[in-house]
Design a protein around this ligand. Structure first.
Ligand code: WT7
Length: 647
């Protein structure tokens, strides 16, 4: 156990484990009272009348928070701070160019948000309309999100690393009539052709997208289509600096964010206004122990939920100073993060285990040659952190003086669910430790029974609702109910397997479905498989995870070729197919290893034995289990031989 550090506990909002336990007990004994109090963190135009409502009927489920309440998320993240801290820096933009920063005060943020809101309005965007945002980590991304929130439009941000086809699918599914993009992105010194990708995606959705608003991030010229494409800076210059904030119902949608599931089609997770913002603000303050003078840096990309909740909505709702980091952890070298910390005096730093591993393997000196003396709290998210990597983060990056918060949560939970509190919770490296107040994790066995007590394992579920919970899947509530509430009725199913140890600490042990966690990002094996079989070279494909030193889980694909491609050069086919996945989904989905195989291990009824493929991918050849029941056991021998030979 790593004890809590006195210096951190002394000034923390929650400063002892006893205080945490008392707060937790209170939150589950009187959830309505507890959450009503948390909602008071926000400014409401009209106070809520009820805290929580749940509806259940044959085969469906529904819940809502803070009914009757009216508020605006942008107003809460921006306007209300202008009077008290108008000159305080809201956002520090850390540009891709080393050492270049831009500070944006709350006062200026309000003006920029209003201008973009007026631009959107001028192009016909109204309350409830969907705006797709395909931008890199530049301030205009924050302005646009908050501008949508201001006028009641629903934003759908697509990570700028996704392909044209992924972008097209998301634009189409959300029915977005406006796309906001940039001429180019800049990341790690490389340019990303966002406008060209956007053109491809938009051309493929017919006339759905009426307007493409383009931010000029670089000097590169791009073709602009007359009547459709406009420059943001030209449009904004024409607009007023003020724009009224729509009074939104607590349950009005705030945003859609797509995430992978176990089928090929990504799900548009929907978050609403009052509950989500309450939960983002509450968890941000508690888990990161945020105080007025903190400089807070979450180096995730806003294209993922971490960026939504913990770069923008949580920190800004709390009036904090938040960093937007445009670059990568290794550009120009492995000191980049710590140079950022020293340049800005960062006190709270939040990243993913995959980034920590990528830096750790390059040697301590990249870290130790920087000061990092401003740091107080170090966070991680996205996947289990190896205990050794946790220790390195603690000892080397944190100089043994910082609290580590290993935060477990999901796109669907809206915010952190299980995490230590920096001033209160003794840590065990590798465990996300204990649930936050108001959150009731349970372990459920495969028959649906709650597993009581400690030193037990099960499917991690959450009992009851919490304000940040996703309300539906855009356009498909039945799928929402089916994926999360059907296998174990009465609980929210997370999809993670988990152990609760003898002290009641939670340890995430992996996924229970066909979802891979690659560098902290969720990817469905079915998505990668369908990208592969969409190519004429592939007759059949199976994708599994494999251990990967940096990514945590890598992608291993097995493909059976079509006759015309069987005789072609193997290396060439492999290249073509890796490129295929990159083009269909995006670089994050590129298989780390792809094998062309003569067949797949199948049962006599035709079911692919993924268990065997996973073992081979992990090079655990002696542990394949019983293969005699396979339709053709010889296939396995051939795959094993080829795998050993590195083919
Ligand atoms: C899945 C959710 C939440 C933002 C980033 C990912 C895994 C997340 C942890 C952690 C172990 C973790 C889980 C979860 N995960 N955080 N601290 N320890 N596993 O969001 O893409 O929705 O993925 O990430 O498997 O279900 P996401």
């Amino acid at each position: 156990m790593e004890p809590v550090k006195d210096a951190i506990a002394k000034r923390a909002h929650v400063g002892t484990i006893g205080q945490y336990r008392a707060l937790y007990a209170q939150s589950v004994e009187d959830p309505a009272g507890f959450w009503a109090k948390q909602a008071k963190r926000l400014d409401w135009f009209v106070d809520p009348l009820v805290v929580r409502e749940e509806e259940e009927a044959e085969g469906t489920v529904d819940f809502s928070w803070f009914g009757g309440g009216k508020l605006n998320a942008a107003w809460n993240c921006v306007d209300r701070h202008v009077a008290e801290r108008g000159d305080k820096t809201a956002i520090i933009w850390a540009k891709d160019e080393v050492g270049e920063y831009e500070h944006i005060s709350y006062r200026r943020l309000k003006q920029e948000v209003c201008r973009v809101a007026n631009v959107l309005r001028a192009h016909g965007v109204r309350k409830g309309d969907r705006v797709c945002i395909y931008l890199p980590m530049i301030p205009e991304l924050a302005f646009t999100m908050l501008a949508c929130a201001r006028i009641g439009a629903i934003h759908s941000i697509v990570f700028a690393g996704f392909s044209a086809e992924s972008l097209k699918d998301r634009i189409e599914d959300a029915g977005a009539k406006v796309l906001v993009t940039a001429n180019e992105g800049l990341r790690g010194g490389k340019t990303i052709p966002l406008k060209a990708t956007s053109d491809k995606a938009v051309d493929a959705v017919g006339d759905l997208v009426e307007t493409m608003i383009v931010v000029r991030r670089t000097e590169t010229e791009v073709p602009m289509k007359a009547g459709r494409d406009v420059w943001l800076h030209e449009e904004a210059a024409r607009q007023r600096l003020s724009c009224p904030a729509e009074w939104m119902d607590a349950e009005d949608p705030l945003y859609i964010l797509y995430t992978s599931g176990s089928t090929g089609k990504p799900k548009g997770v929907l978050h609403t206004t009052g509950g989500y913002l309450t939960y983002a603000a509450f968890t941000h303050e508690l888990v990161f122990d945020v105080h007025e003078d903190d400089i807070y840096a979450c180096v995730a990309d806003i294209g993922w939920v971490t960026g939504h909740s913990y770069i923008i909505y949580g920190p800004l709702a709390n009036g904090a100073t938040t960093v937007m980091f445009e670059s990568t952890p290794l550009y120009p070298d492995a000191s980049r993060y710590w140079r950022l910390v020293d340049d800005l005096g960062v006190t709270i730093f939040y990243t993913a285990p995959t980034a920590i591993r990528a830096i750790e393997r390059l040697g301590d000196e990249w870290v130790t040659k920087t000061s990092r003396k401003s740091l107080r709290i170090l966070g991680t998210v996205g996947e289990p952190i190896n205990p050794g990597v946790w220790q390195w983060y603690h000892d080397v990056v944190g100089n043994g003086k910082c609290a580590i918060v290993d935060t477990w949560w999901q796109t669907e939970t809206g915010g952190i669910m299980i995490s230590p509190l920096p001033g209160a919770t003794p840590c065990k490296p590798g465990s996300a430790t204990l649930p936050l107040p108001g959150i009731q994790p349970v372990l459920v066995d495969d028959e649906g029974n709650e597993v009581e007590g400690n030193d037990v394992r099960g499917n991690l579920c959450i009992k009851g609702s919490w304000p940040g919970q996703a309300r539906t899947i855009w356009g498909d509530h039945a799928r929402f109910v089916d994926v999360y509430f059907t296998r174990f009725p009465g609980y929210y199913l997370t999809g993670d397997a988990c152990r609760r140890d003898e002290d009641g600490y939670y340890w995430i042990t992996g996924r229970i479905d066909d979802v891979l966690n690659v560098s902290g990002h969720r990817l469905g094996t079915a998505e990668v498989e369908s990208a592969l079989v969409a190519h004429q070279a592939v007759a059949e494909a199976a994708v599994v995870g494999m251990p990967h030193d940096v990514k945590g889980t890598g992608i291993h694909a097995y493909c059976i070729c079509t006759p015309a491609w069987e005789e072609k050069d193997r290396a060439e086919v492999i290249d073509v197919l890796k490129k295929q996945v990159r083009e269909v989904i995006g670089a994050i989905a590129t298989p780390d290893r792809l094998m062309v195989v003569p067949g797949l291990p199948k049962t006599r009824s035709g079911k692919i034995m993924r268990r065997i493929l996973r073992k081979i991918a992990a090079a655990e050849y002696d542990d394949l289990g019983d293969i005699t029941t396979l339709a053709d056991p010889s296939v396995v021998e051939k795959i094993v031989d080829d795998h050993k030979a590195g083919k």
